[in-house]
Design a protein around this ligand. Structure first.
Ligand code: HEM
Length: 225
């Protein structure tokens, strides 16, 4: 019964809250789709934290999504020991980059009183959950090797079963606790999207990749010496 609640009911509820909530927020308050930058208040830690986080987590997310949606291609890509080894090393490097990045972002908010002032309770919750999510991802990667292979026989069929409305929680219920925590927090983060800065994800600022840097500066005059 608990397994049905956690690995069938909870994912559907989280997805429904995430999708309906995000659409509702978009329709009622489109201009709130922002990550609400605090870069002007503190930029040094922000630069390293945000850069490491995004360059680590975006490829990780794409790899997760590919594992869920095109498992045959992913299996073919990892069909030689060399490729499997490469995936193992690359996944860990990306995960460590993301962990250090989110660690810096968390530290920055704790350390700077200015940034702390503009940090809401939900910001703390999301940052802590992201840190935990990546930490548990790395626990899986380091503790249970060759994840690129077993991912496709556990997480993928479970996700596919949910997507086709033929839930098959048995693909994940026998896995160790660390796996379960990682999977459930993933859905929890999705549910929190409409209530947090995470909504900025769906705005896909793809032009950031090639547009020129935008320089944001104070226009206030310096006080006379
Ligand atoms: C319910 C959704 C999710 C499932 C089913 C899932 C599944 C997995 C699995 C099976 C692994 C181990 C793969 C390996 O060792 O190669 C893993 C690793 C990882 N996951 Fe997730 N994950 C989910 C959501 C997330 C989210 C939302 C994040 C980040 C915000 C995340 C970040 C990571 C990281 C950083 C790693 C370690 C790096 C790697 O080896 O790929 N995961 N995940």
């Amino acid at each position: 019964m608990l397994n049905i609640l956690l690995f069938v009911v909870f994912p559907y509820v989280a997805l429904a809250i995430g999708i309906v909530g995000t659409i509702y927020r978009y329709l009622t308050n489109q201009y709130s789709f922002t990550s609400l930058s605090s870069q002007l208040l503190e930029n040094d830690w922000q630069f390293w934290g945000s850069t490491l986080w995004h360059y680590g987590i975006l490829p990780t997310t794409v790899i997760h999504l590919a594992g869920f949606t095109v498992p045959k291609i992913m299996a073919a890509l990892h069909s030689t020991p060399e490729m499997l080894y490469l995936a193992e090393v690359a996944g860990k490097i990306l995960g460590i980059m993301a962990l250090v990045g989110v660690g810096i972002l968390l530290y920055r908010r704790l350390a700077s009183s200015k940034v702390r002032t503009v940090t809401s309770p939900v910001d703390w919750i999301v940052l802590a959950l992201l840190f935990g999510q990546v930490l548990f991802g790395l626990i899986l990667a380091f503790g249970y090797r060759w994840g690129a292979a077993w991912f496709l026989h556990t997480a993928t069929p479970w996700m596919a079963s949910l997507a086709t409305f033929q839930p098959a929680p048995q693909y994940v219920t026998a896995l160790p606790l660390a796996h379960k925590v990682h999977f459930l927090t993933g859905f929890l983060l999705f549910a929190l999207m409409p209530f947090s800065r995470l909504v900025h994800i769906v705005t896909f600022p793809t032009s950031y990749a090639w547009r020129r840097f935008q320089l944001v500066i104070w226009t206030r005059r310096k006080a006379a010496q």
